[in-house]
Structure formats: structure tokens, C-alpha cells
Ligand binder design. Structure first.
Ligand SMILES: C[S@@+](CC[C@H](N)C(=O)[O-])C[C@H]1O[C@@H](n2cnc3c(N)ncnc32)[C@H](O)[C@@H]1O
Length: 220
């Protein structure tokens, strides 16, 4: 199964053999990881009937045994099996990611890695997942369909001190200053400039946008 660039970047962060993909939808990620031999077992978790039924069909179509790619109809990590060593949460809003992890944090006892692709509130995700006893081990940026996605791999252990800029831009991303990171920063500056061209913006908004622009310039 061919993955999008975003899901391929998520897949590239996976280094253990038993994963749970929370919010699996079509199940593409788990099916592809199993077919390519990168995992020995994957739980595909869905909490909505429509996606869950689609997931079951996709697994059946792939001819993979349900002992290897296991569909689960459950909420977040509430029923997380104890053999799971990597939890993946991709394609969701940051607050949903945080709620899923924090509402059943006891289920993370056996989990070594959490891979997140949150589509907003990424600084909050960094902060909250670190507070759950994980540190940021790897980060990547993917540009697909005019959107920049930040993929973060957390590993169990203590996070060294991070400042506000680390949380906002990513401690690894902002140090590596990759082409994708620079492009993302320049893209955001251009977006801000466009917004600032609008007439009758409230002073408070103008000041917030200008200070965001300044923070971006400092990490470029
Ligand atoms: C936008 S899709 C992302 C699918 C896939 N992970 C990806 O990145 O392409 C989000 C999926 O998460 C599921 N979802 C949202 N909250 C969930 C929860 N608490 N537990 C399980 N699944 C959830 C939704 O039903 C939906 O299928």
C-alpha cells in the first residue's frame, strides 16, 4: 500500500515491532508497515463506526491475518494492549491528541515511543507529552498539498530543559535548520504579511502577528 508523504514520514519514525495506530481510519499506515516488514503486529484503533467498518474491510482486502493487523473499536488508548511499544496518533488536532493521551495516561506504562502528527497546537503537544514522562527524540517536517506537517517522535525518559522557542518551533527542527524548516518559516512570514495587509485589523492582532514574525526571524 502506497503512503502519502505525510504518512511515510510518520512510518519512518517507527522503530519498534508492535504499534497501535490511534485514529487509524482507512488503516493505511498499519497495513503498509506490516506489508513492508517494518512491524510484526499493529493495532488499528477507531472510535467511529464508519471508519471502523472501512478499516475492517481494508484489512480483509489486504489479506493480512487479523492476528497481525488487529482492528479495535475503542476510544483512544483506553483499551491499549500491554504489548504495544509505540503509539501513533496522526492526522488529528493537537488538543485531541493531548486529551487521548492524558485521559488514560496509566496505559502508557509499557509504551516506549509516541509518534504524533498533530495538525494544530503543536507547541502544546510538545509541552504536554513531555510532561507525561517522554522527551523529544526526533522531528521532521513534510510539505504536502500546500501544508507543512510537523511529525514528532517522543521517547520515554526525561526531557532536558526546553525554552519557549523549543516548544514553538521544535528543539530538533530549530537546531537542524533544514530546508523544509526554513521554507516553513518563510511561508509563515509571507502568510503573516498577507494578513497584515488587511485593513481594520485590531491593534492586538497586529501586535501578536508582528511578534510572531519577529520570533520566526530569530530562529531562521
Ligand atoms: C483525519 S483521520 C486521520 C487518519 C489517519 N490517522 C491519517 O493520519 O491519515 C482521524 C481519525 O481519528 C479517529 N478518531 C478521532 N478521535 C478518536 C479517538 N478518541 N479514538 C479513536 N479514533 C479517533 C476519527 O474517527 C478519524 O477516523
Amino acid at each position: 500500500m502506497k503512503l502519502s508523504a505525510r504518512l511515510e514520514a510518520v512510518a519512518n519514525m517507527i522503530s519498534t515491532s508492535v504499534i497501535a495506530d490511534v485514529g487509524s481510519d482507512h488503516g493505511k499506515l498499519v497495513i503498509s508497515l506490516f506489508e513492508s516488514g517494518r512491524i510484526s503486529k499493529g493495532y488499528a484503533i477507531e472510535n467511529k463506526k464508519g471508519p471502523y467498518n472501512r478499516l475492517v474491510k481494508e484489512i480483509a482486502k489486504s489479506k493480512i491475518s487479523v492476528d497481525n493487523v488487529i482492528p479495535m473499536f475503542s476510544d483512544g488508548i483506553s483499551q491499549l494492549p500491554t504489548d504495544v511499544t509505540t503509539v501513533v496518533i496522526a492526522g488529528m488536532g493537537g488538543q485531541t491528541v493531548i486529551d487521548i493521551l492524558k485521559s488514560h495516561k496509566e496505559k502508557l506504562a509499557h509504551v516506549k515511543y509516541i509518534v504524533v502528527d498533530a495538525h494544530n497546537a503543536v507547541p502544546e503537544v510538545r509541552k504536554e507529552v513531555c510532561e507525561l514522562g517522554f522527551y523529544i527524540q526526533n522531528e521532521a517536517i513534510v510539505h504536502e498539498d500546500e501544508i507543512y506537517y510537523e511529525i514528532i517522535k517522543f521517547a520515554k525518559g526525561e526531557q532536558k530543559y526546553l525554552d519557549d522557542k523549543d516548544f514553538e518551533f521544535g528543539p530538533i527542527l530549530r537546531t537542524s535548520k533544514s530546508v523544509e524548516f526554513k521554507d516553513k518559516c518563510l511561508y509563515r512570514i509571507a502568510q503573516i504579511d498577507k494578513i497584515l495587509e488587511k485593513k481594520e485589523l485590531p491593534e492586538e492582532r497586529i501586535s501578536k502577528l508582528n511578534s510572531e514574525k519577529e520570533r520566526i526571524r530569530q530562529v531562521l
